[in-house]
Design a protein around this ligand. Structure first.
Ligand code: NDP
Length: 289
């Protein structure tokens, strides 16, 4: 007998979550503001309710996946009494502060609360590779781990602090979005001189192979606060960044991100890190208000 589950929010991700529960044989109840988005799930055996309150009363485990925490508060606030005594798993993405606020609210209402984050696109949900983070009371997580792992084989419990799932999520997305914007910019820079994306792509892919060891060594340096820079001191790297800024500006390309990077480099050098390695820029990234 599989644990009955309710899914609130049937956007692209909510539908994927509900679909995974159905596929794994969990009795699944769904609700969405726009009910039509549940048609496909109902056809596959889900029960659709007219109100979020009815959906919540159908299961002891309630998974929420909405646009953001403001929407989540608007949906959950009025049905707190229905949620009391149940397990609420909020998989909506937002900030750690919002997660901790939601946890404080849930505690006041007598709701067992786990905060989660989804790190993969909808197509990967329900597979062994799907990465999801959870944080909140360990006992609650352990009791429902089997049900939660239906959504992704790579489901990780991070700790009791409800903000942790969002901390990891935000950090990974920080790396992802800044990398993606650099990638697009690189294509624009080479493209301005007639180089096709497909011509540059193999070299960008080859460059990626330096990242796994760079991540390992950067982690060691960040943790130790020592930033050896014999091979590539910041002062030299700053000149290279300047070249890219000038070449980009000359071609009429946006230099906002690169100028921001240069400003951080300059502050790190001003703080005396010119002979250190790139990781020393963390000293200039921190403490900005
Ligand atoms: P969608 O935009 O597809 O869905 C948003 C959901 O929020 C819908 O259920 C929508 O209802 C609901 N909603 C929005 N405003 C309101 C409101 N005022 N009142 C009630 N319901 C409202 O988003 P996704 O499903 O893609 O994303 C949901 C969460 O999952 C987000 O936090 C996102 O960051 C996260 N996520 C998504 C990924 C993806 O690949 N899609 C990947 C990783 C995380 P309605 O249908 O009625 O508009």
């Amino acid at each position: 007998h599989k644990t009955p589950v309710t899914v609130l929010g049937l956007g692209a991700m909510g539908r994927a979550l509900a679909g995974a529960f159905l596929k794994a044989g969990h009795p699944t109840t769904v609700w969405n503001r726009t009910p039509g988005k549940g048609d496909g799930l109902v056809a596959r055996g889900a029960v659709r309710t007219a109100t979020a309150a009815e959906a919540v009363r159908a299961s002891d485990v309630v998974v929420v996946c909405l646009y953001d925490y403001e929407v989540s508060r608007a949906v959950l606030g009025p049905i707190a009494a229905d949620l009391a005594g149940r397990v609420l798993v909020n998989l909506t993405s937002d900030t750690p502060e919002r997660s901790r606020e939601a946890a404080a609210w849930a505690a006041e209402q007598g709701i067992a609360y786990l905060d989660g984050a989804i790190l993969v696109p909808v197509t990967v949900i329900g597979t062994a590779d799907a990465l999801l983070f959870h944080s909140g009371p360990r006992a609650v997580y352990e009791r429902h781990e089997g049900t939660l792992k239906v959504l992704g084989g790579n489901t990780v419990y991070l700790g009791e602090d409800h903000g942790l799932a969002a901390v990891y999520d935000n950090a990974l997305l920080d790396f992802f979005w800044t990398s993606m914007s650099g990638l697009v910019h690189a294509f624009a820079l080479a493209g301005a001189d007639g180089v096709k994306g497909s011509e540059l792509a193999p070299y960008l892919s080859a460059l990626l192979s330096i990242f796994p060891p760079a991540i390992e060594s950067t982690a060691v340096e960040v943790d130790s606060g020592e930033y050896p820079g014999e091979e590539a001191p910041l002062a030299t790297e700053a000149v290279n960044v300047d070249h890219i800024i000038h070449a980009s500006a000359h071609r009429g390309l946006d230099v906002g991100a690169l100028s921001g990077i240069k400003a951080v480099l300059d502050r790190a050098i001003a703080k005396g890190h010119g002979a250190d390695g790139w990781t020393a820029t963390i000293e200039a990234v921190r403490g900005v208000r």
